[in-house]
Design a protein around this ligand. Structure first.
Ligand SMILES: [Zn+2]
Length: 88
């Protein structure tokens, strides 16, 4: 689980009592959209040769649950056995 830790880095100072409420209005998340089957690869971690899943991922800012900005779009392939991701 190296890629995408969505709940890290929100606040953290401990001195903002309204951080929870603010976080409901302003959301920052990593979205992944499956694109179907990718290449057949031998996984560097679990060493199984399987068809990996292709995923498009982007960072997304939402305001009142409406997406207002997207950036850092990239495509990944994900091992179906252990979940390792690589840039594709
Ligand atoms: Zn694997």
């Amino acid at each position: 689980m190296h890629v995408g830790e969505p709940s890290r880095g929100a606040g953290g100072s401990g001195s903002a009592p309204y951080a929870g409420a603010v976080f409901l209005l302003f959301g920052l998340a990593t979205r992944q959209k499956p694109l179907g089957a990718g290449a057949t690869r031998t996984c560097p971690r679990c060493h199984n040769a399987t068809t990996w899943a292709r995923v498009r991922e982007h960072r997304q800012l939402t305001l009142f649950f409406v997406p207002v900005a997207r950036w850092k779009r990239r495509e990944l392939e994900v091992c179906g056995i252990c979940g390792t991701t690589i840039a594709a």
